[in-house]
Design a protein around this ligand. Structure first.
Ligand code: MF3
Ligand code: CO
Ligand code: CO
Length: 327
C-alpha cells in the first residue's frame, strides 16, 4: 500500500482535496495541515544468524515470565554492556537528524549498527513491531514507525533504541532538533530532559517509586505542560517490559513499591505542550496527541544502588545531557 503525500502547494478550502478523494479540501485533508503525515514503511529487515535472538524474535510472541525486580550480579554486569551499546547507537543516530533525511534512513543505520556491535535490535518483531527503532516526530508521542517522510526544518524528532546483548535489554531515547527549531519547542525539549533527570535524581533505595513521578510533575508544573499518563516507564532486564511500571506522575498506588538496590527500570517521561489526550494511527502503533500539539521525551535505563542511580545508558557520550547540570 502506498500513502498519498501532500503536494507543496495546497488547495483552497473549497477546492477538491489533493488526495483525489473528490471531497472538498476543507472536508478532507485540511485538518491535517501542519501535522505529521504518514509515509511508507519498508518490510521488516532480517538479523543475521550469528546474532543471538531474544525469545520473541521469530514469532513476534512470547510468554512473559516472573522476572525478579532485583537482578543478579551477572544480569547487572550484562546490563552495563547492553546499556552502553544502546547509548552509543542513540548518540550516533541522533547526529544524523537534519532536514531532508528520512527516519527510514536513520533506522537502517540503527539496525546495522546494533548488529555490528553484536546486539539484536530489540524492537524488531517485538509484538510484531517492524523496525529497529521508534522515531516520533512533533505531535507523535511515542512508537512512531520509521518511514519515508523526510524530516522538515523545525521538526523535533525523538529516537528510541533498544538493544539485546548478553541476554538483556538496554533502552534509551532522546529528542533531537532538525534544523532551526522554534523557541517554544526548544523549551519543551529542554524541560523534558530536565524532568527525566529530576526523576533519576529521585531514585533512592528505601524510597517509594512514587517519588519519581512526583519529581517529574513538580518540575514541569510551572510551564503548564502535560505529563502523558498513557505510556509509562518499566522494569527491564532479561525481558523488555517486566514489572514494575514506573509512572511519570504522582500516584499513591506507587507509594507501596519500595526501591531496592539492584532493581532496574527505565524513566522515560513524555511531556506535552498541550493536552495529554491521544489517538493511535491505523498502523496500530503510532501514538499522537489529539490536539496536534508537540510532545518531547527522554529515556534512560538505570539501577537502584545504595547511592545515586547507576544510569546504564548514560555517562560519557550519552545523547541526552542537555540539562545544564549534566552538560
Ligand atoms: N523502546 C520503547 C520503550 O521505551 C518500546 C518500544 S516497543 C515497540 O519502552 F514495539 F514499539 F518498538
Ligand atoms: Co522503555
Ligand atoms: Co525506549
Amino acid at each position: 500500500m502506498s500513502i498519498a503525500t501532500a503536494p507543496a502547494a495546497l488547495p483552497q478550502a473549497n477546492e477538491p482535496c489533493w488526495c483525489g478523494s473528490g471531497r472538498k479540501y476543507k472536508r478532507c485533508h485540511k485538518k491535517l495541515e501542519g501535522r505529521v503525515l504518514q509515509g511508507e514503511v519498508t518490510p521488516m529487515r532480517s538479523v543475521p544468524d550469528h546474532i543471538a535472538r531474544p525469545p520473541y524474535a521469530d514469532t513476534g510472541e512470547y510468554e512473559p515470565w516472573d522476572e525478579p525486580m532485583v537482578k543478579s550480579p551477572e544480569v547487572i554486569e550484562a546490563m552495563r554492556r547492553s546499556g552502553k551499546v544502546a547509548s552509543t547507537v542513540l548518540r550516533e543516530a541522533g547526529a544524523m537528524v537534519a532536514p531532508g533525511i528520512t527516519t527510514e534512513e536513520i533506522d537502517l543505520y540503527i539496525h546495522n549498527r546494533f548488529i555490528e556491535l553484536g546486539a539484536y535490535p530489540s524492537t524488531v518483531n517485538y509484538h510484531g513491531y517492524p523496525k529497529a527503532s521508534c522515531t516520533s516526530i512533533n505531535e507523535v508521542i511515542c512508537h512512531g514507525i520509521p518511514d519515508s517522510r523526510p524530516l522538515q526544518d523545525g521538526d523535533i524528532c525523538n529516537i528510541d533504541v533498544t538493544g539485546w546483548i548478553g541476554g538483556v535489554h538496554g533502552d534509551t531515547n532522546a529528542t533531537f532538533f532538525a534544523g532551526e527549531v522554534s523557541p517554544e519547542s526548544r523549551q519543551l525539549v529542554k524541560v523534558t530532559e530536565e524532568a527525566m533527570w529530576k526523576g533519576i535524581e529521585a531514585v533512592k533505595a528505601g524510597r517509594p517509586l512514587s517519588d519519581i513521578g512526583r519529581a517529574i510533575e513538580d518540575h514541569v508544573k510551572p510551564y503548564k505542560y502535560g505529563v502523558v499518563k498513557a505510556f509509562v516507564g518499566h522494569g527491564i532486564g532479561e525481558q523488555f517490559h517486566p514489572p514494575p511500571q514506573v509512572l511519570h506522575y504522582y500516584d499513591s498506588r506507587q507509594d507501596s513499591v519500595i526501591m531496592r538496590p539492584g532493581m532496574t527500570f527505565t524513566i522515560e517521561p513524555m511531556i506535552a505542550l498541550g493536552s495529554i489526550g491521544y489517538k493511535i494511527w491505523d498502523d496500530d502503533w503510532t501514538a499522537v496527541t489529539s490536539d496536534g500539539k508537540r510532545t518531547a521525551q527522554f529515556e534512560h535505563t538505570m539501577m537502584v544502588t545504595d547511592g545515586d542511580a547507576e544510569v546504564f545508558t548514560g555517562g560519557e557520550g550519552a545523547a541526552s545531557p542537555v540539562a545544564p547540570w549534566h552538560r
